[in-house]
Design a binder for this molecule. Structure first.
Ligand SMILES: Cc1cc2nc3c(=O)[nH]c(=O)nc-3n(C[C@H](O)[C@H](O)[C@H](O)COP(=O)(O)OP(=O)(O)OC[C@H]3O[C@@H](n4cnc5c(N)ncnc54)[C@H](O)[C@@H]3O)c2cc1C
Length: 433
């Protein structure tokens, strides 16, 4: 199934709350004819935009090709959470890679959040960044682990911006009694994801990047220079950086074998007013819980509850998207039963077998980063910086990520859809237990 066209209108953002509250950005013309440049970047999400921006700031001549619109993909539709750490806990990374490498990965993750904040500051990106992510526990038996993990981060990783919340503290902070404890992380934060992408695109233009929208890449011909082909044009480039993530399809089969697309859904309620909104989330932080198909939520600037979650067993969005995320929302906040849903949308992210992103060289001059497994707002932004460093000639930090061992999905890209259905049934069963 072609995820670039199946669930959305050609050349349009989905009808999300984010699109309805997006900052203005003029459309970019499609690529026509032959062009050449130092670096051709594929994909107009955080990975591609950050790569293009960092390279252009280093004096490279960059062309960015986006199949639809800037921020069309996950980057324009996500939960907006700028999370700490990698997608895996440090305990798991230590077991997998040993302590020194786990520490390197933690440091990179810390840099990823700082990169987001610095880009917002440097380019005056209006995306309403706010500090604070509260991770909440649905099962009382896991609360002890949360407390121990916080202590570990404080003592071994010198991460002081996180504190333990017991059941009472979580209940006081959120208008729900669903949770048994959690971690309040003031070093993490949340933002308007599409406006962050739009701000990066504007910074790219200022730095000299040539952006083309509605320019779907149909072929990457490896070589020196490489040749990137779209329907109405082609780009010859000394380097290629691939950031197509969940919308990659089979453009690069070695990536597709390791990165599986998966859909997720968000609803936005009607504006609740400051008082009712703060009765749900007292400190205006973002929240993510411990359900396997995670519930995540936060308030918008106009006091709507934006609530994400919901399973999907295939790649076609369901006809009633709203019920996908409204159902888990009412499990957490039954008091919203009569609240109107103004927007409901879906998006495609990409996961890997081990939930660590897939950084790889497809050829000496072709780099790829994707598969952030639901943890890509900060990590994809950093991936762009690391790909740009690698293209500038220093790949040390790109290689720290690329050296994390990953695996292909069993059966490769062909088996992804049935495998997804199977996996989701299992995890949804596990969540209900
Ligand atoms: C509903 C949802 C909620 C999420 N919530 C969070 C969250 O709260 N926190 C978090 O950290 N992460 C979250 N994520 C994940 C996060 O959004 C992604 O990891 C991140 O946006 C990935 O950025 P990207 O640039 O790699 O991919 P994308 O933003 O998907 O961009 C890829 C781009 O490539 C383009 N493209 C694809 N193929 C081609 C081609 N052939 N030619 C040209 N262009 C092409 C696409 O059109 C797309 O614009 C969420 C994702 C979803 C879908």
């Amino acid at each position: 199934m072609d995820l670039l066209t199946t669930n959305d209108k050609q050349g349009e953002h989905p009808a999300s709350y984010y699109a309805a509250s997006a900052n203005a950005l003029d459309r970019f013309a499609p690529l026509k004819g032959d062009q050449s440049c130092d670096v051709c970047v594929i994909g107009g999400g955080y990975t591609g935009l950050s790569t293009a921006l960092h390279l252009a700031q280093n004096g490279f001549d960059v062309i960015l090709l986006e199949a639809q619109r800037i921020g069309f993909g996950a980057s324009g539709r996500n939960g907006g959470q700028v999370g700490s750490g990698q997608r895996l806990e440090q305990n798991d990374l230590e077991k997998m890679l040993g302590k020194p490498r786990a520490h390197q990965l933690w440091e990179l993750a810390e840099e990823s959040k700082a990169t987001v904040r610095n880009l917002i500051g440097e380019h005056k990106i209006e995306c309403g960044y706010k500090p604070g992510v509260l991770h909440t526990e649905l099962a009382p038996k896991n609360v002890r682990h949360t407390a121990q993990y916080i202590e570990k981060l404080q003592n071994e990783y010198r991460y002081e911006q996180i504190e333990f919340f017991d059941r009472k503290q979580v209940c006081d902070a959120l208008g729900t009694s669903a949770y048994w404890g959690g971690s309040m992380d003031w070093g993490a934060g949340h933002l308007h994801p599409l406006n962050f992408a739009i701000g990066l695109a504007k910074a790219c233009v200022k730095a000299g990047v040539r952006i083309f929208e509605q320019s779907r890449v149909s072929d990457i011909s490896h070589g020196d220079p490489a040749k990137v082909t779209t329907q109405n044009g082609a780009v010859k480039a000394n380097f290629v950086a691939l950031g197509a993530n969940g919308y990659l399809g089979n453009l690069e089969p070695t990536v597709a074998n390791r990165v599986m697309p998966i859909n997720n859904f968000i609803v936005a309620t009607e504006p609740l007013g400051e008082k009712q909104a703060r009765a749900l989330i007292r400190d205006n932080v973002a929240v993510a819980d411990s359900k396997f198909v995670v519930n995540y939520f936060r308030l918008s600037d106009d006091n709507r509850l934006l609530f994400g979650g919901g399973e999907s067993y295939g790649y076609k969005f369901p006809s009633d998207i709203a019920s996908k995320a409204r159902t888990p929302m009412l499990q957490i906040f039954p008091q919203l039963a009569d609240t109107k849903i103004d927007f409901a949308w879906g998006g495609t992210l990409a996961i890997t077998m081990n939930r660590m992103p897939d950084f790889r060289r497809l050829a000496p001059n072709i780099f790829s980063a994707s598969g952030y497994s639901g943890h890509g707002v900060a990590m994809a932004t950093l991936a762009g910086k690391l790909m740009s460093e690698a293209i500038c000639g220093t790949a040390t930090r790109f290689d720290i990520m690329a050296d994390v061992p990953g695996r292909s999905f069993p059966g490769g890209a062909m088996m992804r859809s049935p495998l997804l259905a199977l996996a989701m049934s299992w995890y949804s069963f596990r969540d209900r237990m």
